[in-house]
Every structure is written in C-alpha cells, then in structure tokens.
Design a protein around this ligand. Structure first.
Ligand code: NAP
Length: 257
C-alpha cells in the first residue's frame, strides 16, 4: 500500500490552467483539474476533472488529504479572489505545496487612454462622466454594479446569460473569446461605443479590444486586480511545469525512491 501522495491538483477555469493540464498529462503526471461549475459548457481540460466548490479552505484541505495530492497549482483567474485565499489556507492546513500561476496584467502603451479604478463600483461611478455608450466586458457577475445607471447604453459581452439586476439600457452579446483586434474595432464602430470597461485580466486572447480602443481613441476604464495571498508565483505554464517536476522530485527523494 503506497502512502506517497502523487496527484497534482490544478485549480482552473483559465486557458493557462488547461495548457498546464495538457503539459502535465504529456509528462505522465497524474493530474486533476478543478472547475467551479459557473459556466454551462466549460472548455474541458485534459486529464481528470472535478466540478464544484470544496466547501471553503477546510473542505479543500480534506479533499487534498483524501485524494493523495502532492502539489497544488492555483491557476484560477486573477479576479477569482475567494478560491485563491481558500487555496492558501487549505494547502497550509494540509501541508501541501502551493504555486500560483498568474498571467501578467496588461500595461498601457503610447496612444492609450486608460483610467485605473479599484473596483467595478468605482468604474460605474466614473462611466457617466466619460461617455454614453459603454462596452462592458467585465463578465456577467459584475453587471449589477452598473444597474443604477439609466442614462447610459451598455453593450455587455459574457459567456452565459447574466442575471438581474441589470442596467435598464443594455444589449447582451453572448460569446466566448478569443477576439481579433479588427473584429473588436468593427464591433465598437457598429455600436458607436465611446467607453470601454474591462478588468485587468491580462493575456492575449482578449486584448484585441484594447488595441481597438487605442486605434479609435476610446477611453478605457481598467479595474485593478485584487490582492492575492502571499504564495510563490510564476507567470507562465512552463514555470509551473518545472515547479511541479521539482515538487515530485523532492517528494520521491523524501520517500527514498
Ligand atoms: P471565487 O469568487 O474566487 O470563488 C467562489 C467560490 O467558488 C470558491 O470559494 C469556491 O467554492 C468555488 N470555486 C472557485 N473556483 C473554483 C475552482 N477552480 N474549483 C473549485 N471551486 C472553485 O471565483 P469566481 O470569481 O466566481 O470564479 C469562478 C471560476 O471562474 C474560477 O475558477 C475562475 O478561474 C474562473 N473565472 C473567473 C473569472 C472572473 O472574472 N472572476 C473570469 C474567468 C474565469 P468553495 O469555497 O466551496 O471551495
């Protein structure tokens, strides 16, 4: 009977998480990806997948012990705050090493007109002074922050239909990236958009809207990332792959393999 933990858990819901799962499967590492279950038809990672919350940090700690987990990579979205906090506490409780895989944030370049804010509420407070036709790409869970604004038109893009409360003047576009800059520019022109609101999600798959906004001279309200727990961080999939290999090597060494 082996008691050496050998499985790697990836907390997922991002393209990086899927890429890491594929890389670890290719390396022959037993991997389970965890999804929150928010999206109706998620893109599925390679390897084993589990869906749904763990029941907070204690539930996660129990799951790690019960499932023989040697290491955890938190590759959740930069704006998924609770699960990252839960991962830090749960891994500490279970004594399992934790790595954060987080893509770099976006940075403005020449020609950009970005206004940084700390929250979607702050974005909502700023929007009416900037324009009257807003492209809102902050995800369906954030739309309620704009519900009280009745003199601005919102074009909101999300993967699944949003739930009320919503702003009274809204058109919802259901779609999933990636998006090309030229298509984003065409969309902004078609809807006569004069403000873009986005979270600083980072990455290349959805940055086309920022290029389009720059070309069209449209101001961008950019929501800053929330703070994350103080854990080891890498910014790319290969860094996480190397970290996992080192964790498994240390574990094998400790077990005398
Ligand atoms: P959140 O507020 O940080 O998490 C809320 C709760 O959902 C957590 O406490 C946890 O429940 C559960 N949960 C979240 N991610 C999980 C995962 N990967 N596996 C198992 N349980 C998970 O998260 P959120 O902002 O609602 O985002 C949910 C998921 O969507 C995340 O996995 C994230 O990677 C992905 N996502 C989020 C955004 C965004 O803008 N927030 C954008 C794209 C993708 P328990 O406490 O019961 O364990």
């Amino acid at each position: 009977m082996s008691s050496i933990p050998h499985r790697v858990l990836i907390l997922g819901g991002t393209s990086e998480a899927r890429a890491l799962a594929a890389a670890l499967v290719a390396d022959g590492v037993p991997v389970t990806s965890s999804l929150a279950g928010r999206v109706a038809r998620p893109r599925m990672p390679e390897g084993e997948v589990r869906v749904g919350g763990f029941g907070g940090p204690d539930g996660l700690a129990t799951w790690l012990t019960d499932h023989d987990v040697a290491a955890v990579v938190d590759a959740t979205h930069p704006f998924a705050e609770r699960i990252s906090t839960s991962a830090a506490t749960g891994c500490a409780t279970a004594g399992v090493p934790l790595l954060r895989l987080e893509r770099p944030g976006w940075r403005p370049g020449p020609g950009d007109d970005w206004r940084w804010v700390d929250s979607l509420d702050d974005a909502a407070a700023l929007v009416p002074a900037l324009g009257s036709r807003v492209f809102l790409t902050s995800g369906r869970q954030g739309l309620s922050a704009f519900a009280g604004i009745d003199d601005v038109f919102f074009l909101a893009r999300c993967v699944d239909p949003p739930e009320p409360p919503l702003p009274p003047r809204i058109e919802v576009l259901l779609s999933r990236g990636p998006y090309r800059a030229e298509d984003e520019a065409a969309l902004l022109r078609e809807h006569r958009i004069d403000v873009l609101v986005t979270k600083d999600s980072g990455g290349t798959l959805t940055e086309g809207k920022l290029t389009a906004a720059r070309e069209l001279g449209i101001p961008v309200v950019m929501v800053r990332r929330p703070a994350h727990p103080d854990v080891a961080v890498v910014t790319d999939v290969n860094g996480a792959r190397v970290w996992v290999a080192e964790c498994l090597r240390i574990r094998d060494h400790a077990a005398g393999a």
